[in-house]
Write a protein that binds this ligand. Structure first.
Ligand SMILES: [Zn+2]
Length: 81
């Protein structure tokens, strides 16, 4: 096991909205879009669609995030051992 789960606080440090360019100052729930283990977009709470927000809530509740040895973000079901 390497690295730690990217916490909400860590995500805030990284983020500027990919859609409107607003900087995250710690207000609201922002989403990150992850492709092949790399964050490729961050979306502020104002730009998120209801569908995106719902998906993020479900992912947060069901997926355990971590990082592999290359620093890529990985996710696995919280139900698996
Ligand atoms: Zn935005």
């Amino acid at each position: 096991m390497t690295g730690a789960e990217p916490s909400r606080r860590e995500r805030r440090i990284l983020m500027r909205c990919s859609r409107c360019g607003r900087r995250n100052r710690g207000h609201g729930d922002w989403n990150v879009a992850i492709k092949a283990g790399v964050i490729h977009a961050t979306i502020c709470n104002l730009c998120q669609t209801l569908e995106e927000n719902t998906e993020a809530e479900i992912n947060e509740a069901t997926i355990l995030y971590g990082r592999d040895s290359f620093g890529r973000i990985t996710g696995r079901s919280k139900g698996s051992a």
